[in-house]
Design a protein around this ligand. Structure first.
Ligand code: HSE
Length: 347
């Protein structure tokens, strides 16, 4: 039976949810997926780090108290986060990177990915920073070291979108896309339709684990902008930088705007979109748009995301599903690991 050894980098909600899934489902994955997972290292700037080459108790990790230096309580643990040691020397085959997104330079996540790839370890990540800002370099590094670099969860958490479009829509001539790509802002807009105030709705999204460490990124559209860059570069062969995408969030909308839209049979949605033009150039933007209730994206409510691809051969293809959440995003990491397993099996 194949067993993959994992080093978890960042132990906030997402990697903790992955540890919980491992604790609950490892046995059933043997039969269902043909492999099991063993956690051999964890590192987190707040919690410290631990290395256990023989395997750490996933259930114990999932229930670790969220107090500073908590990993020091475990055998082999330390209150300090020795990230490089855990990434390079825990004996991991796969480094699972789920630290916070830094939209400015993608650090420290990008360095974590580099260290892992240079050490010939596969990387799976949900982090938008390294992908939106440094995908070309990291993909090249992975290729040169003959390992995988997977990031399905960086756009719509557990809902398949990148691989689905790249693999199942290959050859369909994707001409562009428009989508609801931020769970928090869509949750806030839906909550406001139910009469909740903006600030209250944002706090609720934070409690539910949808929002970024700094929720400004969600409501001002910066998070969607990163996702638009990732999708456009992956699927439309664009070479967009973050600054190429104009960006406006939902902070300017108030309860009376929402109510007026309702009376007019419409809804406000934060839309991220990109289009490939006849000359091959790609333009992209993020902005709140008033969609009439019969628009396919108007009915997407709460933390659900959706993206509609315009294709030359199939017309419009829409995918919708959870776009945020701890377990939902942890599932994306599992799907990346499954993809690695299947690629290894086919080589
Ligand atoms: N904060 C993001 C959202 C998480 O609300 O969609 C997933 O990228």
């Amino acid at each position: 039976m194949t067993e993959y050894k994992l080093a978890l980098v960042g132990f906030g909600g997402v990697n903790r949810a992955l540890a919980q899934l491992i604790a609950e489902r490892n046995e059933s994955w043997k039969k269902e997926l043909g492999f099991t997972l063993k956690i051999v290292g964890v590192t987190d700037l707040f919690l410290g780090c631990v290395i256990g080459c023989e395997g750490l108790d996933a259930g114990q990790l999932a229930n670790l108290p969220a107090v500073k230096g908590a990993l020091a309580q475990l055998p082999g643990g330390d209150a300090e986060a020795f990230n490089e040691a855990v990434i390079k020397h825990s004996g991991a085959d796969i480094v699972v990177e789920a630290t916070f997104t830094n939209p400015v330079d993608g650090e420290p996540a990008t360095s974590f990915c580099r260290w892992a790839l240079e050490g010939s370890k596969h990387v799976v990540t949900t982090n938008k920073g390294p992908i939106a800002l440094h995908a070309a370099e990291l993909k090249d590094l992975a290729r040169r070291n003959n390992v995988a670099f997977e990031y399905e969860g960086s756009v719509m958490s557990g809902t398949p979108v990148i691989r689905l479009a790249k693999q199942s829509l290959a050859g369909s001539s994707i001409l562009g896309f428009e989508g609801i790509l931020n769970g928090t802002s869509n949750f806030v807009l839906s909550s406001m339709e139910d009469g909740l105030g903006f600030a209250e709705a944002v706090s609720k999204a934070q409690e539910l684990g949808y929002a970024e460490a700094d929720p400004t990124a969600d409501v001002e559209g910066h998070d969607v902008r990163l996702k638009v860059v990732i999708l456009a570069n992956e699927l439309l062969d664009a070479k967009l930088n973050v600054s190429d995408v104009s960006c406006k969030g939902i902070c300017g909308l108030n309860l009376s705007d929402i109510e007026r839209a309702r009376q007019d049979g419409a809804r406000w949605k934060l839309i991220g979109a990109a289009t490939r033009h006849a000359d091959g150039s790609v333009s992209a933007h993020v902005e709140p748009r008033l969609l009439s209730n019969d628009h396919p994206l108007a009915g997407i409510c709460g933390a659900t995301n959706a993206v509609s691809f315009t294709t030359g051969l199939l017309g419009t293809v829409t995918v919708s599903g959870p776009g945020a959440g701890r377990t939902e995003t942890a599932f994306a990491l599992l799907s990346d690991i499954i993809n690695i397993h299947q690629s290894v099996a086919h080589n």
